[in-house]
Design a protein around this ligand. Sequence first.
Ligand SMILES: C[S@@+](CC[C@H](N)C(=O)[O-])C[C@H]1O[C@@H](n2cnc3c(N)ncnc32)[C@H](O)[C@@H]1O
Length: 291
Amino acid sequence: MGIVHVPVMREEVLENLALKESGIYVDATLGPGGHAEGILQNAGKCVLIGIDRDDEALTLAGERLKKYDNIHLIRDSFSNIKSVVSGLGYSEVDGILLDLGFSTLQMKSDNRGFSFLKDEPLDMRMDRRQELTAETIVNTYHWQKLADIIWKYGEERKSRRIARAIIYAREKKKIHSCRELALIIEKSIGRKQRIHPATRTFQALRIEVNRELEQVDTVINEGADILRKKGRICILAYHSLEDRIVKNAYKKLAQQGLFNIITKKPLIPRREEQRANPSSRSAKLRVAEKI
Ligand SMILES: C[S@@+](CC[C@H](N)C(=O)[O-])C[C@H]1O[C@@H](n2cnc3c(N)ncnc32)[C@H](O)[C@@H]1O
């Protein structure tokens, strides 16, 4: 496919997982397998459990990691981490990694509907077995609900104006493609900002389609149950909503005496990485250790 996804904060992640040669590690957002490959290269005898709900990501990761035989690649949601791990016959693991959000692969590959630059159906499903798509949301949600989603998940100040423009447009003709929607947004709020005017609305729709935020708290709590003593959880978040959930979940588990928070402040990518890979700029890495 020729699309390269560069693993974000690769060195910081590998160091903070405190890898043990024969540990059991879960990469719960496998994607094209960049971080997973790093884990396997640095802990040669480890077992790697890779989870992703995207079939395309699993195929690519499978190809990339085919020379390793101590791996299990599972199509599931990370909110089922506990049952995935126990289903494979393990009761505890030494480390868990989550690199939240979506990958360059999903953004750039054709007919996934994540990019406002493409003239393709508004899809945005990570798991293509599910029914809800961005097209359904855009064409059927009540305007108030649309405005709320764009405001809450996109942190878009002009959410009401955008929602009204969507309703107005869809009354005339069903909205099918990413580019059509991007143009409706651009017409309604102009192009004055540094980022493309559709950026925040597309983020909001992606989060709603994939129920992204609801699952983060679950995976941290289930993860805490299956981490071995001194096992680490590393989470990379890319926007403040996700990062806040991670921060609060760690804090709660620390108050219960289950977690020691390793990163009092989140780690961020070094300047060279931010320059080389601009999509790493918003990354925040938070690490905790099971007590
Ligand atoms: C940023 S990418 C991971 C990239 C990977 N760390 C690498 O270096 O190649 C995030 C991946 O997480 C997956 N994902 C997001 N939410 C998920 C969920 N709830 N359950 C399972 N996978 C999920 C996406 O499909 C995507 O492939």
